[in-house]
Design a protein around this ligand. Structure first.
Ligand SMILES: O=C(O)CCC(=O)C(=O)O
Ligand SMILES: [Fe+2]
Length: 318
């Protein structure tokens, strides 16, 4: 496999947009309106932004990271029931992107748990259930509030989108990534370049950087502001917005000295919702560029195949 790291130019001079969640949820009407505009710009220009004043208690974030660390440290016997299942199994533990097809390319352990509309959890560690339930609730509320502001910024009727996507049953998945230290050979990634399938993804990491995003055709490092969470737009926002907001391509590189961990939560439509470009955004000047598909089918296809950047979107591209 070609070395991406040594052959790509990395840029750091651009400033990643920051969204003040406090002003979005509790600001004056003018402050909220400014944030809605800032969010629309961040989605259009970047597909990626940092969120500050998000209200997730520091302790809860740390407990969530620790609980996942303990889960990864369980014996192979204890983890076996969750290893090697189907991509739509509600709890999965594995390595690489998809353990069956990506051996050797991704130096990553993952745990993936479906937490909404049905909440799933593991029996060990004992505190996992309570922590993950609370963490999922908090992050889902933030994700849904961001989406509400995103619909507003696109000038579309929130209640119609919410009903079409069945957002009361929004599909939420909680994922932890553990990247053990790895000598930097330049050929092995933590996570290969990809976009996420859902509407928005929220990410929190330990204090080891490694996430990179593709911005204006160049890879750039992401250095999160203290206490921020990172948010990126997923394929479904690209589809719904009829290509106005592109899902951002991102990847994770490895650290040769220390382990990196990220806790990621992706929020999407209900699994049985059929998504397609929002009719208000399709017209003679801007014909539909994606066809309709059921979210569950998209997810299954995207997760079952090798990741080739944003290749999954071709399933629905017209
Ligand atoms: O660990 C990271 O920084 C990236 C993780 C990621 O992209 C994902 O879980 O989809
Ligand atoms: Fe991702």
């Amino acid at each position: 496999m070609a070395s991406f790291i040594s052959h790509t130019e990395l840029i750091a001079e651009e400033i990643i947009p920051t969204i003040d969640f406090g002003l979005l949820s509790n600001g004056t009407p003018d402050q909220r309106s400014d944030m809605v505009q800032a969010l629309a710009k961040a989605c259009e220009d970047w597909g990626f932004f940092m969120v500050v004043n998000h209200g997730i208690p520091d302790q809860l974030r740390d407990e969530m990271l620790e609980a996942f660390k303990t889960l990864f440290d369980l014996s192979d016997d204890e983890k076996r029931p969750y290893v090697g299942g189907h991509v739509l199994d509600p709890i999965r533990i594995g390595t690489g992107f998809n353990s069956k097809i990506d051996i050797g390319k991704c130096w990553r352990h993952y745990a993936k748990i479906f937490v909404h509309p049905e909440f799933h959890s593991v029996p060990k560690p004992l505190n996992f259930r309570n922590i993950s339930q609370e963490y999922s609730k908090c992050t889902r509320a933030i994700g849904l509030e961001l989406l509400k502001a995103i619909w507003e910024g696109l000038g579309i009727d929130e209640s119609r989108v919410k009903a079409a996507l069945k957002l009361d049953s929004a599909f939420q998945i909680l994922v932890a990534n553990l990247y053990p230290p790895y000598p930097n050979s330049g050929t092995t990634f933590g996570f290969l370049p990809h976009s996420d399938h859902g509407l928005v993804t929220l990410l929190y990491q330990n204090d080891v950087d490694g996430l990179q995003i593709k911005h204006k055709d160049r890879w750039m490092y992401v250095k999160p502001a203290p206490n921020s969470i990172l948010v990126n737009t997923g394929d479904h926002l690209e589809i719904l917005s009829n290509g106005k907001y592109k899902s951002v391509l991102h990847r994770a590189v490895l650290n040769s000295e220390v382990a990196r961990m990220s806790v990621v939560t992706a929020i999407g439509p209900a699994l049985d919702a059929i998504f397609e470009p929002i009719p208000d955004l399709v017209n003679g000047d801007s014909p539909a560029v994606f066809r309709a598909m059921k979210y569950r089918d998209y997810l299954e296809q995207q997760q079952s195949n090798s990741l080739v950047e944003k290749g999954a979107l071709n399933l629905v591209r017209l």
